[in-house]
Design a protein around this ligand. Structure first.
Ligand code: FES
Length: 164
């Protein structure tokens, strides 16, 4: 059986060339250009996607290493008509200027909030009301995602609104 990667719920064959990064696979082969290439060296976070619930830099891993994995990109989190809570919060708080880092920021923050849910036990209703992160903690947990425009204050505000 052909090796495949699930991207936003759709199966795609892994490229024959074993040197193709997950980032190039997503942008070139799958055609999802929301995931951005910044440094291509694991330093900026623009290429962040969620693999099996974990946020990773897609420029640092090969597509061939992800047979059977489930990848979520920015396109898989929401749509213009039905944005995810974080997508909506980034819009409401102007959590961007040029927008180039935004897909990576939102993918990273989405997985980060899931990490919080695992660290803080929810009550019986699933409410995560006990979560209160300081701005410094949010910045630390999001330190792998750089914004060259310096929109950090608004990015943190957007994430805080959804995380609380
Ligand atoms: Fe992957 Fe910068 S493009 S970390």
């Amino acid at each position: 059986m052909a090796e495949t990667i699930s991207v936003n719920g759709t199966q795609h064959p892994i490229p024959e060339d074993p040197r193709v990064s997950l980032l190039d696979f997503l942008r070139r082969d799958v055609g999802l250009t929301g995931t951005k290439k910044g440094c291509d060296h694991g330093q900026c976070g623009a290429c962040t996607v969620i693999v099996n619930g974990i946020r990773i830099n897609s420029c640092l891993t090969l597509a061939a290493m992800h047979d059977g994995d489930s990848v979520t990109t920015i396109e898989g989190l929401g749509t213009p008509d039905a944005p995810s809570p974080l997508q909506r919060a980034f819009l409401e708080h102007d959590g961007f200027q040029c927008g180039y880092c935004t897909p990576g920021q939102i993918c990273s923050a989405t997985a980060m909030i899931e990490e919080l849910a695992n660290e803080w036990p929810s009550d019986a209703s699933g409410d995560l009301g006990a979560i209160k992160l300081s701005d410094e903690e949010i910045r630390e947990r999001m330190s792998g995602n750089l914004c060259r425009c310096g929109a950090y204050a608004n990015i943190v505000a957007a994430i805080r609104e959804v995380a609380e």
